[in-house]
Design a protein around this ligand. Structure first.
Ligand code: BT5
Length: 283
């Protein structure tokens, strides 16, 4: 990744600094250490700081799962943002990040004349293209005992990746695989981080997700379709699916997913409690 092409983020004051690494364990862990150090020093001045790596040797998903992050082909990045809201609003940041990634991929495709990219959000933290996973988001909170703290927004995007390990080959894809052309990683980083920092500021002010609701729901995969709920605490590959199916009705302004049961009753699913699957598989 060419740092000069990311510098616009600094000159336009979107982020205060960018840390670019050839190899790290996990950019979320780097960002977390950084946030902890800031808190230990009592330094409240920095707002956004970005950590980007070419390769992650132990990229993380949720609940201890792995994130495959091969060298030079993807975007593996984490943004540290000073928390100016209650920690319990943090799951909303995951949805904002998903929205930004989906919108930026969609608009980049249009501007470059690529028409075979159908980008959707799989609530709460996946972006899928042509029904396969192209991006995952891992948001973490570093809170201080005195209140306040930092949000770490980790974003992993398979951009120009051509090979995936066997265990994810059927459900993972990349922008190159789907479009047949290489994508510019720096351009995507600049556009996503610029949009995300604007969205986070607006979320802090408005304290709810009304401002993205319609747009988000229009991008939601399986909307108005049948879904089943899977216990995330169990191993997803082995877990039993619930017998009952629901109709996905989109998110509300807190970020919860609304699902309708057979009796027409609406249930709110809070991010992290369950995984939502289409009736035929991953999407
Ligand atoms: C996620 O978790 O999807 C969150 C991934 C976040 C990755 C970013 S990269 C920058 C930052 N630093 C980190 O260490 N992490 C963040 P989850 O919903 O739990 O999905 C994990 C599952 O996705 C795995 O169990 C695999 O099945 C699948 N998977 C792993 N690597 C993948 C990849 N490169 N592409 C698509 N699917 C993948």
């Amino acid at each position: 990744m060419n740092k000069n092409k990311l510098d616009r983020l600094i000159t336009e004051r979107v982020v205060s600094d960018i840390h670019l690494y050839e190899e790290v364990g996990s950019t979320n862990d780097m960002a977390r250490e950084f946030a902890k150090n800031l808190m230990a020093k009592g330094d409240n001045s920095r707002i956004n700081e970005l950590f980007v790596a070419e390769l992650q040797s132990s990229g993380k998903g949720r609940l201890g799962r792995n994130w495959t992050s091969p060298s030079g082909t993807g975007i593996w990045m984490s943004m540290v943002t000073k928390l100016n809201m209650d920690g319990d609003r943090m799951p909303g940041v995951t949805l904002l990040a998903a929205m930004c990634v989906a919108r930026v991929i969609g608009s980049t495709a249009i501007h470059t004349g690529i028409h075979n990219i159908d980008v959707k959000i799989k609530w709460p933290n996946d972006i899928v293209v042509n029904r396969k996973k192209i991006c995952g988001i891992l948001t973490e909170l570093v809170s201080s005992p005195e209140g306040g703290g930092y949000v770490i927004t980790g974003i992993g995007i398979n951009v120009n990746t051509t090979h995936f390990p066997n265990d994810i080959r059927n459900k993972a894809t990349s922008l190159l695989n789907e479009s047949g052309v290489e994508w510019n990683r720096e351009g995507l980083v600049v556009a996503i981080i610029t949009m995300l920092s604007q969205y986070i500021k607006r979320y802090e002010l408005e304290k709810n997700l009304d401002f993205i609701l319609e747009d988000y729901n229009s991008l939601l995969v399986s909307r108005d379709q049948e879904v089943v709920l899977v216990d995330t605490a169990a191993n997803l590959e082995k877990s039993e699916r619930s017998e009952e199916s629901y109709i996905s009705r989109g998110i509300d302004n807190t970020g919860a997913l609304l699902v309708e049961d057979e009796a027409g009753e609406i249930h709110r699913i809070i991010s992290g409690e369950v995984s939502v699957r289409g009736i035929l598989g991953y999407v």
